[in-house]
Design a protein around this ligand. Sequence first.
Ligand code: KG4
Ligand code: ZN
Length: 368
Amino acid sequence: MTTETDDPRPATPLTVLGIETSCDETAAAVVRRDADGKGRILANVVRSQLDLHAAYGGIVPEIAARAHVELLDPAIKHALDKAGLDIETIDGIAATAGPGLVGGLIVGVTLAKAMAMGHGVPFIAVNHLEAHALTAGLTDGLQFPYLLLLISGGHTQTLIVKDVGNYERLGTTLDDAVGEAFDKVAKLLGLGYPGGPKVEAAAARGHAAVTLPRPMLGRAEPHFSLAGLKTALRNAAQARSPLNDRAVADLCASFQEAVAEIVGDRAARAMELYGDRLGPDAQKALVVAGGVAANQRLKEALKGAARKHDFRLVVPPPELCTDNAAMIAWAGAERLARGLVDELTTPARARWPLDPGAPPALGAGVKA
Ligand code: KG4
Ligand code: ZN
C-alpha cells in the first residue's frame, strides 16, 4: 500500500536506485532528482536476456525469473560503481512491482525491500506503465499534462498523463500489443526474435504491395486491434508459399505500412479526445514510449499525425523507450519527492492498470 507521509520531503536533491525485472531485461539504475525537479541519470545498466530466450522464439517466464536472480546483484553493483556512489548515499529504493511476469517481479521487489530495510530508506513500488509515462519528464523536462502513446511488446495504450499517479486511459488494444504483432509476424516469416527490428529491416528491402486490412481505422472509439491484420498476413504468406526473400520483404513492408497507418490514426483519435477532455488551452504534446517507438516508419506516421493536430511529438532516446531501470528510478524519485512511499508488505502484481476506473474495452484478450 502506498502511504502519503504527513511531511512530504522538502525540496532537496534525491538520489534513487531503480530496479527493473518485469520482463526479460534485468536492469538497475541510479537517478538524481534535483531540488528544482530536474532529473539526471547517473548510471543505467541493462542486462538483456535475449540470448537465453531466442531459442524458444519468445520469453519463457521461468527462465526469465531464474536469470533475474543471477543477474540482478551484479547489475546493481555495476550501477552504483558507475555512478561512483556508495549505497549509503541512496535516498530510496524503487522497484517495478507490476504489471509483468510475476516471477521476475518478485525477484526485484524482494531485493529492493531487503535493501530498503537494511539501509533504513524508503521502498517505492513502481508501476512499470507509470515509469514509461513519466520518462519524458526525465529526458525532456516535460511538464504535465500530456498525451502518452505506449507501444511495446506487452502494452498498447493511449493515456492522458495529468500528474504523478493521475492518469486517464483513452485507448487500449482489444487483442495483441503492437510489438507482439511484430514479433508474431517475424516468427511466422522465420525472421527470429525479437521481431520488430527484423521486420523493419526486411521491410526496407521490399514494397508495400500486398493488400492488408487496417482494423479500427477511423473508428470513434480510441482502441486498437491487431489480431485480424496478423491473420490476414498469415493468409497472404500461405498463399505465396514457398516464400523467397523478395516475398518476405514485401510482406514485411505491407504489414509495417498497415501498422503505421493504424497507429497514426489511433494516435490522431487520442489527440482529438485529449482536446475534448482538457480543453483548447492544455499543453499539446504527444509522448511515444515503448520498444516499438524505435520504428522509423511508425515515427514518421506519428510525426504526420502530430503535425496535423498541432501537437509537439516527444520521443525519448531508444534506450529510454525500451525497458530500463532509469525510468523506474525516476518514477521512484518523483513519488518520493511527493512523499509517496510503500510499505514492505506491498506485493508484486501481474496486472496493475494505471487507470483502474477506465471503462472495459471488449475484446478477446484485453491487456491492462
Ligand atoms: O518496450 P520493450 O523493450 O519491451 C516491452 O515489451 O515491454 O519493447 C519490445 C518490443 C518487441 O515486441 C519488439 O519487437 C518491438 O518492441 N520493437 C520494434 C522495433 N524495435 C523493437 N517493433 C517495431 N520496429 C522496431 N524497430
Ligand atoms: Zn515496458
